[in-house]
Design a protein around this ligand. Structure first.
Ligand code: V1P
Ligand code: CA
Ligand code: ZN
Length: 393
């Protein structure tokens, strides 16, 4: 498409490793790395690569992974036998200790390669932001926000976001982490619990004991122990089923706008998990591609350098729609692209409705009941504003 040109005055980069998409978590597992192939094919069908710097990234090295993760965990991740091989009789309790091999975090073939490729793309994106070679760097294969220093969790083994933010902290004083995945960004929050140089903000479905991971209540704002500079620097926005575009946009702008004034981030790391979209296999919200994308557009308008990560997203056609649309927002061609999916797009038959913006009725038949009252959403904004009074500015 000849109308897709480089944006004027700033540079956008796209970081991906096509080898990563060939990995499989298993037949019944919701995480499908193939959604990255579908996303890339849609981005390409629209001609968007012409407007960006496109990097084929290398896998992160063991040393790079060690900047956040423990060596015994990485060693086991690198050597644990895949599920269909004989059990590792020398290490009977390591799978339990590291939470590897269950239904959420299976030990599949090529697992270590898969993890180091995801981390490699996110770290590459962070370095391009640090070097000022990119103003917006996109790493859709990252966003694996649940992984801990020595533990896998919720489909996440290596926390590429933490690794990326650690890179950013080498060159920028303050990082604002924003997480619009339907799940709580617990791994990133915990990693930066004790610093005031990173503020973490997660919007998520919150229903302890029912919805994974069960953390991220409104009052959880970082350990309030004495002399913890990180206190008040974790912001949580707990939501109920069925939130709409309109409510989410007003909540997002009210909260992120205020945080921007108080915290004055030098760079933004935005996790764009697409499981917050309506019709997601695991999600519970009623967001459409437009409302999800509006969060990216709002952050972009702040005019601060930004890394954009992927994350969850379990209905591949909707993941590809959202991330292709958000790529178009990054390069500022969202008003130029045809909402009808290009005739030559590979796997076009997967997009049951041939538009980038299916209606709620098209996605769901019957929309999910909205359990978020205006009163409760106002209380949440109020609470966040009160937290920010503790943040130096
Ligand atoms: O609910 C659980 C745990 C497993 N039980 C002990 C409770 N796990 C969830 C994990 C969701 C992970 C989301 C990751 C992300 O935030 C970032 C990439 O999007 C889970 C669910 C669920 N409905 O919440 N696991 C599975 N479903 C699952 C289903 C089939 C096969 C394997 C896992
Ligand atoms: Ca979230
Ligand atoms: Zn998620």
């Amino acid at each position: 498409e000849s109308n897709i040109v480089r944006p004027k005055g700033y540079t956008v980069s796209y970081h991906a490793n096509p080898e990563m998409e060939k990995h499989h978590f298993g037949q019944t597992h919701p995480m499908k790395p193939w959604r990255l192939t579908l996303t890339k094919s849609l981005v390409s069908a629209y001609g968007m690569p012409f407007a960006m710097d496109n990097y084929n990234t290398r896998a992160a090295t063991y040393e790079e992974l060690k900047s956040f993760h423990a060596s015994d965990y990485l060693d086991y991740l690198a050597t644990a036998p895949p599920e269909d091989q004989p059990r590792d009789i020398d290490n009977p309790d390591k799978e339990v200790k590291f939470n590897l091999g269950g239904s959420d975090c299976p030990l599949f073939h090529g697992l270590y390669d898969y993890c180091s490729m995801s981390a490699g793309s996110s770290m590459d994106a962070a370095r391009k932001i640090c070097n000022k070679q990119s103003d917006i760097a996109i790493a859709w294969s990252g966003g694996l926000h649940h992984a801990k220093r020595s533990e896998a969790s919720g489909f996440c083994y290596i926390n590429d976001i933490v690794l990326g933010i650690l890179q950013l902290l080498r060159c920028y004083p303050r990082v604002l982490y924003i997480d619009i995945d339907v799940h709580h960004g617990d791994g990133v929050e915990e990693a930066f619990f004790s610093t005031d140089r990173v503020m973490t903000v997660s919007f998520h479905k919150y229903q302890p004991e029912v919805f994974f991971p069960g953390t991220g209540g409104l009052d959880d704002n970082g350990p309030k122990s004495e002399h913890n500079p990180g206190a008040h620097h974790a912001i949580n926005v707990p939501l109920n089923d069925g939130i709409t575009d309109e409510q989410y946009e007003s909540l997002f702008q009210g909260i992120i706008g205020k945080i921007n004034e108080h915290f004055r981030p030098s760079v933004i790391a935005l996790q764009c998990g697409a499981d917050s979209l309506a019709g997601d296999r695991l999600g519970r919200f009623n967001l459409q591609v437009q409302g999800h994308g509006a969060c990216v557009a709002f952050c972009k308008r702040l005019g601060i350098p930004m890394i954009i990560f992927g994350g969850g997203g379990y209905t591949p056609r909707n993941v590809a729609r959202a991330w292709a649309y958000e790529t178009s927002i990054a390069i500022d061609c969202q008003d130029k692209i045809d909402p009808i999916i290009p005739q030559h797009a590979p796997w076009r038959e997967h997009f049951i409705h041939e538009t980038l913006f299916p209606t709620l009725e098209q996605i769901l038949g019957e929309p999910r009941a909205n359990r978020n009252t205006q009163k409760r959403l106002q209380e949440i904004v109020q609470h966040v504003h009160e937290q920010l009074r503790f943040v130096a500015h």
